[in-house]
Design a protein around this ligand. Structure first.
Ligand code: MTE
Ligand code: MO
Length: 322
């Protein structure tokens, strides 16, 4: 959209910058077929990503048990999970992170836990990996761009970590921050978003048993492009809530700022619950393309997790709180 172009710095060719909102908008202009443009953008990206040859990274096998709440839907092949990504710190094309995220250094890595908690601390990732038993959770992931995957994550409930940190009565929200390291993350050298990427949850959302801190997928530690070494997974919300490569968790009293909301507040709200009845201002959310399938399927309220989470939003206007 034109108003977004004006926010792009004069020295950077606009071609190089494709934030989530304008990425699809530009395809709309290019194809002149607005109705099909959102799907077209996704499929063009997919074709490019699938044809790329990405060397298989050497990832540690994890010990885990099968966790509850998983789906038995067909799992998206590992090749697609690792070559069709949104991780703007490594570029805005779906194939970019798989090609470039090898520059991310995932050791040493610490997660700073601070704010309204009784036990503030800096946790080393290898300590964190041993604190709680790891579980496999097979979840649907629904991106706001109207594509989806089914991913067998390995991780532990965020609730386990929250409880260990002993939140005070003032802790009403959780604020997450991604690593800020332009030397390792080439996308951070461009003003695509206001870096570092930040996200947030209400405390009851963070404590919900579906909410996972993932450290792996398909039985091994997370590939860099998927948010190594630690990322959030909130399966009933649009994918952008599931912040990658987390270095900080802050417990706060007020609703924290979130990256996509800061970037385009009329398009991306704080809640971002998957909702087929509330369209994105520039495209429908009624259907989605499961990666690997060609017929678009219906999007389910709360991404199919309504039985588990709808009660969190009882009495709330989900149109106003998008
Ligand atoms: N730090 C960071 N986290 C992020 C993103 C990002 O660009 N940066 N993209 C989000 C979006 S839009 C989606 S759909 C998911 C994609 O996760 P995946 O690439 O592992 O499928 O990550 C989310 N987490
Ligand atoms: Mo997304």
């Amino acid at each position: 959209m034109r108003h977004r172009r004006t926010s792009i710095g004069p020295t950077i060719p606009s071609r190089e910058i494709s934030p989530e909102p304008s990425y699809v908008a530009r395809r709309q202009v290019m194809t002149g077929a607005a109705v099909f443009a959102a799907a077209g953008a996704v499929e063009l990206g997919a074709r490019r990503a699938f044809s790329a040859t990405v060397p298989a990274p050497d990832l540690a096998a994890l010990t885990y048990r099968k966790g509850p709440l998983g789906t038995d839907e067909a799992q998206t092949p590992l090749k697609d999970v690792t070559s069709y990504n949104n991780f703007y710190e490594f570029g805005t094309d779906k194939g970019d992170p798989g090609q470039t995220a090898h520059t991310l250094k995932v050791r040493p890595w610490t997660v700073t836990c601070e704010g309204e908690i009784g036990k503030p601390q800096v946790l080393d990732i290898d300590t964190l990996l041993k604190l709680f038993p790891l579980e496999e959770r097979v979840y649907r992931l629904r991106c706001v761009e109207a594509w989806s995957m089914v991913i067998p994550w390995v991780g532990f409930p965020l609730a386990s970590l929250i409880k260990k940190l002993e939140p005070t009565s003032k802790a009403k929200f959780l604020a997450f921050t991604t690593l800020h390291a332009p030397d390792q993350m080439p996308g951070q050298r461009r003003p695509v978003l206001d870096w570092p990427y930040v996200e947030g949850l209400r405390m009851d959302e963070g404590l919900h048993p579906l909410t996972l801190l993932a450290v792996g997928l398909y039985g091994k530690s997370l590939p860099n492009q998927c948010g190594a070494p630690l990322r959030l997974v909130v399966p009933w919300k649009y994918g952008y809530k599931s912040i990658k490569s987390i270095v900080k968790l802050r417990f706060v009293e007020k609703q924290p700022p979130t990256s996509w909301n800061l970037s385009a507040p009329n398009e991306y709200g704080f809640y971002s619950n998957v909702n087929p009845d509330v369209d994105h201002p520039r495209w429908s959310q009624a259907r989605e393309r499961r990666i690997g399938e060609f017929i678009r399927r219906k999007t389910l309220p709360f991404n199919g997790y309504a039985d588990q989470v709808a009660s969190l939003y009882a009495g709330m206007d989900l149109r106003a709180n998008y």
